[in-house]
Structure formats: structure tokens, C-alpha cells
Design a protein around this ligand. Structure first.
Ligand code: HEM
Ligand code: HEM
Ligand SMILES: [Fe+2]
Length: 354
């Protein structure tokens, strides 16, 4: 009735069906709007990507009492969401944001987007293999998972370069035209979009690559190292872009031409990013200790699992993780306050200037 007991996709059957109905209505709304409007490259990628994204949800709805088979399909949802379809969605949002925020050229942004789609799907789909090392699937997944998942950071580097390149290019072009000041029309949104490009690369690309080869994963699998990667990637790739989009939405809702970062915007971005990075480092240290003591030294026994969690490096790691969690939370409060007030402030500033 309440949950299904499968991490991340806990919704019970009745809620599963509700979700499917709601998603179908949402998708129809998007699709009909797309057919009526201008079918730009960005919109085409989005409509196709959302179809794949919604379809993948169905693969998590099979019932099977074989745990290997259950895990096999479960990863289709989890991995193919975060490392293929959601990443493409990030590419779509970032492309739109770059046009909106700094006036990037649509042709250039869309060309990058097609390349990103190719690289993300090219590496991410078979990169699925990095979850099939130890769940009872055939051993050929070791090679497939290692090769394709090791390529996954490549598009993330490209996306990072792309954002910085476009920004520099637009700023340079404005300077040449003799325009003073920044090309950025929405300070806080741009900060979060740049943070997205970097956080995606760092959390998914670097922290993901760390443990993606089977030779490494055999030691790190399911340790706090995984939790470190999970936090930095979810924050870096997805929290950041959504916050950026919300700031764009606020600017639109208040109808202001320019929105500058306030003290609250700066505290919000600094404390949340610093806090999540601190949590990640603390969890990485705790995970490192588990790898050394639990896995390497004590041979990954049931007893070793508990022994490793009683040692100082682990306990202090988790303590710092909690402290950094509080820092993150304080940053979040600043962020919420900022979102509730920045629009009005930008309106007043504009009225004063006129
Ligand atoms: C934004 C993209 C990503 C997100 C949100 C993400 C998130 C996660 C999460 C939450 C887990 C834990 C799953 C569990 O509960 O077992 C996980 C596991 C894993 N991720 Fe990612 N990830 C991303 C990208 C990547 C990339 C690009 C790589 C490799 C280059 C990677 C490599 C791995 C590996 C190897 C595991 C398995 C860890 C283990 O064996 O315990 N991830 N990821
Ligand atoms: C106040 C800050 C936070 C605290 C105290 C916190 C706490 C936790 C705890 C205790 C777990 C379970 C870890 C385990 O099973 O070993 C967890 C897992 C997770 N959290 Fe957080 N969290 C925080 C912020 C965030 C943020 C900002 C994100 C993403 C934007 C996030 C995403 C996740 C994910 C994806 C997992 C699953 C990771 C895995 O299974 O490997 N958390 N969190
Ligand atoms: Fe994955």
C-alpha cells in the first residue's frame, strides 16, 4: 500500500498506475504544444527524450521474484534515467538557458546539443553494464560496462566547455561592439547554470569514473564512496539546473529585463555548493576507510562490515558529513528566501532606474 521497497522507485502499484496516467497527460500536453508551435532543434530533442524517459518508467513496473532479474530491470530505470535521458534533458535546458541568459546563437547551441545527444547515448546506454558486474548477469558485462561507462565523462567535459565557450564568445562580441558591462541578463540563473556544467562534470564524470572499472568497483561497490558519488552527481547535475531554471522563471514572472544577484542569492549558492562538496569529501573519506579495512584488509566479511564502521576515520567522516549537511540546509534557507524576494527587488530597481 505504502511502498514497494525498491530504492528510488518506491511507489506502490496503485501509485505507479497513477504516475503513468499523469505522465501521459503531461506528455500529450507537451507534444500537442510542440506540434502547434515552432519545431526547433531544442524542442525536437526534448520531445523525443521525454518519450524515452517516460517509457523507461515502465521497465521498473515488472514483477519478478528473481532478484537478479529484478535488479536487471531496476537499473534500466535508474541508470538509463540519470546517465542517458536526464542528461540529455539537462543538455536541452542548458541550451535554452544559454539563449535566454546570454543571447547565445541558436544554431551554435543546437549543433552542440546534437553532438551531446550522440555522445551521451553512445556511452550511457551500454554504460549500464557498470551495474551488471555482481548481480548474477553474464561476465561479458565486465568488459562492456568498463569500456562504455569509462567513456561517459567525455560528453560531460564537452558540456562544460560548451557553456564557458559560449559565455566567453558572447562577452567578447559585446566588447567588440563597444557595449560596457556583462552580457548576462540574470546573474543568479547564470551562476547556477555554470555550476551545473561544472558539478555535472565533477559529480558524475570524476566521482563516477573513480569507481566505474570492475577492478576498482569490486572494492568500492556499495560503500560510502557510492553515497559520495550519488550526492555530488544528483546535486551537481540536477539540483543546480533546476534552480537555474527557477530563477529564469522568476525573471519571467516579474517581467524584468535584468536580474542581479542579491546577498541572499550569493549566500544560497555558496553555502549549498560548499555544503554538498563538504558532504562529498567527508563521505569519500569514510568510503576510503571502508575500502581499505572492510574490503581489502578484512576480506569483506559480515563482521568486517561492522568493524569498519567503528573506526575513527569512519565516525569522524560521518560527523563531518552531518555538519556539512547542516551547512547545506542553511544555504537552502537563503535560497528559498531569495526566490521569494528577488523578483520584487529587481522590479523596484528597474522602476528606480527609469
Ligand atoms: C548525473 C549523473 C549521475 C547520477 C545522478 C548518478 C547517481 C548514482 C547513484 C545515486 C548511485 C547509487 C545507486 C545505488 O543505490 O546503488 C550510482 C552508482 C554508480 N554510478 Fe552513478 N550517477 C551518475 C553518473 C555516473 C557516471 C557518468 C558514472 C561513470 C563514469 C557513474 C558510475 C557509477 C557506478 C559505477 C555506480 C555503482 C556504484 C556501486 O557499485 O556501488 N555514475 N550513481
Ligand atoms: C542536508 C543534507 C543531506 C543529508 C543529511 C542527506 C542524508 C542522506 C542519507 C543518510 C542517505 C543514505 C546513505 C546510505 O544509504 O548510506 C542519503 C542518500 C542519498 N541522498 Fe542525501 N542527504 C542530504 C542532501 C542530499 C542532496 C542535496 C541530494 C541531491 C541533490 C541528495 C541525494 C541523495 C541520494 C541520490 C542518495 C542515495 C545514494 C546512494 O544510495 O548511494 N541528498 N542521503
Ligand atoms: Fe550507472
Amino acid at each position: 500500500m505504502i511502498h514497494e521497497g525498491r530504492e528510488y522507485i518506491e511507489a506502490p502499484r496503485w501509485a505507479d498506475i497513477g504516475i503513468v496516467v499523469v505522465v501521459l497527460i503531461f506528455y500529450w500536453n507537451m507534444f500537442a504544444t510542440y506540434m502547434k508551435g515552432k519545431q526547433t532543434g531544442i524542442m525536437t530533442v526534448m520531445i523525443a527524450d521525454l518519450l524515452a524517459l517516460a517509457g523507461l518508467y515502465l521497465t521498473g513496473m515488472f514483477f519478478t521474484d528473481n532478484i537478479s532479474m529484478d535488479q536487471f530491470w531496476w537499473w534500466w530505470v535508474i541508470h538509463l534515467w540519470v546517465e542517458a535521458t536526464w542528461e540529455v534533458f539537462v543538455g536541452v535546458l542548458a541550451a535554452y538557458a544559454l539563449i535566454k541568459l546570454i543571447g547565445a546563437k541558436r544554431e551554435i547551441v543546437e549543433m552542440w546539443l546534437w553532438i551531446e545527444v550522440l555522445m551521451l547515448f553512445g556511452s550511457g546506454v551500454l554504460g549500464l553494464g557498470h551495474h551488471y558486474f555482481w548481480i548474477g548477469t553474464p561476465e561479458y558485462w565486465w568488459e562492456i560496462g568498463a569500456l562504455f561507462s569509462a567513456l561517459e565523462p567525455v560528453p560531460l567535459v564537452a558540456m562544460f566547455v560548451h557553456v564557458l565557450y559560449d559565455w566567453g564568445k558572447q562577452q567578447g562580441a559585446a566588447k567588440e561592439r563597444g557595449e560596457a558591462g556583462s552580457v548576462i541578463k540574470n546573474g543568479p540563473a547564470m551562476t547556477w547554470i555554470v555550476l551545473n556544467a561544472f558539478g555535472n562534470f565533477l559529480g558524475a564524470g570524476i566521482w563516477g569514473f573513480f569507481h566505474t572499472l570492475p577492478q576498482v568497483n569490486i572494492y568500492t561497490h556499495g560503500t560510502q564512496f557510492t553515497a559520495a558519488h550519488g550526492h555530488l552527481s544528483f546535486f551537481g547535475a540536477y539540483a543546480t539546473i533546476l534552480i537555474g531554471m527557477m530563477y529564469i522563471g522568476i525573471q519571467g514572472a516579474y517581467g524584468v529585463k535584468r536580474m542581479k544577484a542579491t546577498f541572499n542569492s550569493k549566500m544560497g549558492v555558496f553555502l549549498t555548493a560548499f555544503g554538498v562538496m563538504g558532504m562529498t569529501i567527508a563521505l569519500t573519506i569514510a568510503g576510503y576507510e571502508q575500502v581499505l579495512v572492510e574490503r581489502a584488509e578484512l576480506g569483506a566479511t559480515w563482521n568486517a562490515f561492522f568493524v569498519a564502521q567503528e573506526l575513527p576515520w569512519y565516525i569522524q567522516g560521518q560527523l563531518w558529513r552531518a555538519i556539512m549537511g547542516v551547512v547545506t540546509l542553511v544555504g537552502f534557507v537563503y535560497l528559498v528566501v531569495d526566490m521569494l524576494t528577488i523578483g520584487k527587488k529587481a522590479q523596484q530597481d528597474e522602476a528606480q532606474a527609469a
